[in-house]
Design a protein around this ligand. Structure first.
Ligand code: ADP
Ligand code: MG
Length: 931
């Protein structure tokens, strides 16, 4: 026996020689009735093998009548009237026949969605399709010849194993107990309205295969897979139910077994013993498929479903009682019933996104199927050897063996005659036409072993082989038991009858003994057999007991593990909670860190700013220091120069003195009477002024107003301020109005040029102004000539009435308002801020309020007084006669100064003004010419 998908390794080279006969792929066409009677029909059935396609009116109009009517031929066409049983008889029955005779078969339905593929394959209650009918026929044929459950066992490599009755029994028990414990049968599951097999097929339609090998044992396995989006899913897999998370179904992979047959690895194969059971399993798969469709939002028409019926058979042993325990004698054949996805193009259904992608893949599968068919056809017709791209899709890869000649292939092309489907239907027809041209090698018929025929029936008598043997011996013995001679004994001394009787009886006794012996022997054998069986049974029982014990242990372990798992789960939850808390804490700390960092940064920035500010200040201070230093250097230089000049002047003045003395000595006697009369005219003028006009030598100071200082006459050495000299007056001027500075008369000049600036002059509490006591005495006269630069001669002194003197009060604008109690107030004075000829012409007296900084840093105000004269040239001249000094002093700092002044020769009154320092009384008549 050779298995079609079974144990013998496939040898393609050999196969070609052995499979010389080929059959074309059987393509059938089924036309479904129109959904609505008023719909346009585009298919016409011309004969039992041909149909004609009419282009619907709309398409004809679009293509300007270019459209041809096309005819397509099939092995057979089934019109709208065709019943399911008719179709089955023609299409599927031969395949089931083949299946039972160890040949493989592939049957698929092809067509657009709604064309009746599922109806053809599965059917509906009352109208069972090819699948339930095939199952029914199969079980009708092999029903009583089926092996006990689990005698045949599928391995995970697409192979089939066989095991003894006892092992099968044990496995059965084990499975049953497992099922009881794991799958409690809920009453609701029984109530589910699955279509019963009985609803699908009426009993009178039941059919049966003829010529089933009765000396074989059979077993049926079914599996149900779905190919969706080019992934294979097992529809019978009993995945553990997780009520919380719906795990997506795990896809399966295709493998090649050692005979190069393709199979779905790890696919569930359920052994079924009846049509009902098989159909229930199918329905279970259907349900799972529907759930997957709704849960994963899939389009059911886009998946291919494959129902695989696997039939295992093994011959009985020589006695026809047991299955031969030889793996190599097992034959496996299978029938695949495929409901393909709708063949329409994607655009027809308005699929989007992932749906579109899925649709693409499904179309891809069908495309690959088409390509494979095309290549096969080409190879067969043209003798080419192009590679068939089976591997490009799961569908073709799975059925590769069929096209390579491992079984019959049949296809039912389903069509919906409605006009809407016209274009798609045409494509289907073209494909169908192509497929018909492909030939598949015809599988070899299974040789029937005639030697074994009738074994099963022969063994229907009771008793085992030993019993039969013993029985026959006994029978023979019984047969050989001599019959008692028919005689009448009348004479006890009958010499004839008695010896014969004795002989017979002796023989019978011997035979009886033999029979007894035989009986005891047989009884003993039976006893020993029974004992043996008992032992066997005991052993089995022990084994079962042992297994139960192990099971209990495993249960305990599982219980413990479950507890442990619970514990760990709790722990993990606890840890998760802790992690959560820590995470939160970390977040808080991180927030703090961030804010602190920001603060740090801002502080650093501030620090930087302060540092740069400090640097800038330092640079500025250094600049100021160097400026001040420079100024002071200049000042020192200037002072040295001034001193030098003063010394030169002193020399010059001494010379001048000598000259004047000479002149005085020479002129004194002749000028005496003139001097007396002039004294009468000018009673207020000092004596020394009466000597004027004197020859005056002038020198020029570098003043902006070009001030001419002329010395009218030297001071007599006997004056109260005897120490005062021309030189000292000059030096005084120089000190007050340093070279290069504005004269006091220049408006605003003083405040601007003094190194101590007005801002440094502060007012202090307790400071007062006090006028110096005036003492009569000689004075310098400063002549101020406003119209001429020439050395002047005092020509005329303005006359004025006593008490009616008018003053020019010259206060430069730069003077500060010192807010003192003692203020020089001159009534009826003309106040000017700059020397001004007009004012001078109206007055006889002139006073200049001059402010300067004393050596102790206080401001002292000097009132420089003078008389106004008209010059000969018509200008005005001022002869300075007196200087009043007003000083402000701090009482705390005054004591030291006072002591120092007490040491000097100066007088002091002890009156209320005694806290004032006495300035040397200046009374030096001198002339300043303004011009
Ligand atoms: P498909 O599987 O190709 O998408 P179905 O088998 O689901 O199509 O058929 C669609 C509908 O048409 C179903 O309701 C089915 O009952 C009905 N149908 C299909 N073929 C026939 C037929 N030959 N006779 C009666 N009804 C049919
Ligand atoms: Mg369908």
């Amino acid at each position: 026996f050779k298995s079609a998908l079974g144990k013998t390794p496939r040898r393609p080279a050999l196969k070609k020689t052995s499979h010389t006969q080929k059959d074309p792929v059987g393509v059938y066409c089924r036309i479904r009735p129109l959904g609505a009677t008023d719909e346009e029909c585009c298919i016409e059935m011309i004969s039992s093998t041909t149909i004609q396609l009419h282009a619907p009116d709309g398409i004809k109009a679009n293509r300007n009548g270019e459209y041809k009517e096309t005819q397509y031929s099939f092995k057979k066409v089934f019109g709208i009237q065709t019943s399911q049983i008719e179709l089955f008889e023609d299409v599927a029955k031969p395949l089931v026949d083949d299946l039972i005779h160890c040949k493989n078969g592939l049957l698929f339905t092809y067509g657009v969605t709604g064309s009746g593929k599922t109806f053809t394959m599965t059917g509906s209650p009352g109208e069972g399709g090819l699948l339930p009918r095939s199952l029914d026929m199969l079980f009708n044929s092999i029903g009583p010849l089926q092996a006990k459950r689990f005698v045949f066992r599928t391995d995970d490599k697409n192979g089939m194993e066989i095991q003894g009755q006892v092992d099968a029994l044990l496995e059965r028990q084990k499975r049953e107990s497992n099922q009881q414990s794991t799958v409690p049968k809920t009453p609701s599951s029984k109530q589910k309205p699955d279509p019963e097999f009985a609803d699908m097929i009426s009993p009178e339609e039941a059919c049966k295969c003829e010529g089933v090998d009765e000396d074989s044992c059979y077993s049926v396995f079914v599996s149900y897979i779905e190919i969706y989006n080019n992934y294979i899913y097992d529809l019978l897999e009993e995945a553990p139910i997780d009520p919380i998370r719906h795990k997506p179904p795990q896809s399966k992979i295709l493998r090649e077994d050692q005979n190069h047959n393709m199979y779905v690895s790890g696919c569930t194969e359920v052994e079924v013993k009846s049509t009902e059971e098989a159909f229930q399993v199918f329905w279970r798969g259907q349900k799972k498929r529907r759930i997957a469709d709704t849960q994963l939002n899939r389009e059911s028409s886009r998946s291919h479903s494959v129902f695989i019926v696997k039939l295992a058979q093994a011959p009985l042993d020589a006695d026809g009682d047991h299955i031969l325990q030889d793996k190599n004698q097992v034959t496996v054949s299978q029938l695949c019933l495929v409901d393909l996805a709708g063949s329409e193009r994607t655009s027809r259904t308005k699929a989007e996104g992932s749906r579109l992608r899925e649709a693409g893949n499904i179309n891809q599968s069908l495309m690959t199927l088409r390509t494979c068919i095309e290549v096969l056809r080409e190879n067969q017709m043209c003798g080419t050897n192009r590679m068939v791209p089976y591997r490009d899709s799961k569908v073709t890869h799975l059925f590769k063996n069929y096209f390579d000649g491992e079984g019959k292939v049949r296809m039912v092309v389903c069509v919906n005659p409605k006009a809407d489907d016209y274009e798609e239907t045409m494509l289907v027809m073209r494909f169908a036409e192509l497929t018909q041209e492909v030939e598949v090698a015809r599988p070899v018929d299974r040789p029937i072993c005639s030697l074994a025929a009738g074994r099963r029936h022969r063994n229907q008598r009771p008793g085992g082989p030993n019993n039969a043997e013993d029985g026959s011996v006994l029978n023979q013995l019984l047969d050989s038991l001599p019959a008692l001679p028919a005689c009448e004994l009348v004479d006890p001394t009958d010499e004839q009858i008695l010896p014969r009787l004795i002989e017979v009886l002796e023989r019978r006794h011997r035979i009886r003994q033999m029979i007894t012996e035989q009986y005891t022997r047989t009884a003993n054998t039976l006893k020993s057999m029974l004992q043996e069986f008992d032992g066997h049974l005991m052993a089995k029982e022990n084994f079962i007991h042992e297994q139960r014990g192990k099971l209990g242990e495993k249960d305990k372990i599982m219980f413990n593990q479950k507890n442990e798992m619970d514990r760990l789960e709790k722990k993990s939850k606890m840890l998760e909670y802790k992690i959560d808390i820590l995470q939160k804490t970390t977040n808080i700390y991180e927030g703090d860190k961030r804010s602190l960092q920001q603060e740090l940064e801002s502080r650093e920035q501030r620090l930087q700013r302060e540092l740069s500010e400090r640097k800038r200040m330092e640079a500025r201070m250094q600049g100021m220091v160097s400026d001040t230093k420079h100024q002071w250097e200049k000042e020192c230089e200037r002072r040295v120069n001034a001193k030098q000049l003063e010394m030169q002047n002193k020399l010059w003045v001494k010379d001048e003195k000598l000259k004047q003395l000479k002149a005085i000595v020479s002129e004194s006697n002749s000028n005496k009477p003139q001097r007396a009369s002039r004294e009468k005219d000018q009673p207020r003028a000092p004596e020394k002024r009466s000597r004027s006009p004197l020859p005056v030598s002038c020198y020029t100071l570098s003043l902006p107003l070009f001030l001419h200082l002329s010395l009218c006459h030297p001071l007599p050495p006997s004056s109260s301020a005897g120490s005062l000299s021309v030189a000292s007056v000059i030096s005084e001027w120089e000190q007050r109005f340093p070279i290069g500075r504005d004269p006091p008369g220049t408006p605003g000049s003083y405040g601007r040029t003094t190194p101590y600036g007005s801002s440094s002059v502060g007012r202090r509490r307790g400071q007062r102004w006090a006028p110096e006591t005036e003492a009569p005495g000689p004075s310098h006269t400063y002549g101020l000539d406003l119209d001429s630069r020439t050395p002047i001669r005092l020509h005329h002194r303005r006359s004025h009435s006593a008490g009616g003197e008018r003053w020019v009060d010259h206060k430069p604008l730069s003077n500060l308002d010192l807010d003192t109690v003692m203020q020089p107030i001159i009534p009826n004075a003309i106040k000017v801020s700059a020397a001004n000829e007009k004012a001078l012409s109206k007055c006889h007296k002139y006073v200049l309020t001059h402010q300067e900084l004393a050596s102790d840093g206080e401001i002292q105000t000097k009132l420089i007084k003078g008389d106004v004269f008209r010059t000969r040239g018509g200008g005005q001249a001022v002869q300075f006669t007196d200087i009043e000094t007003l000083r402000q002093e701090c009482p705390t700092a005054s004591s030291r100064k006072r002591r120092s002044s007490e040491d000097g020769p100066g007088q002091h009154d002890g009156n209320k003004m005694d806290w004032n320092d006495r300035e040397n009384r200046v009374s030096c008549p001198s002339l300043i010419h303004l011009g």
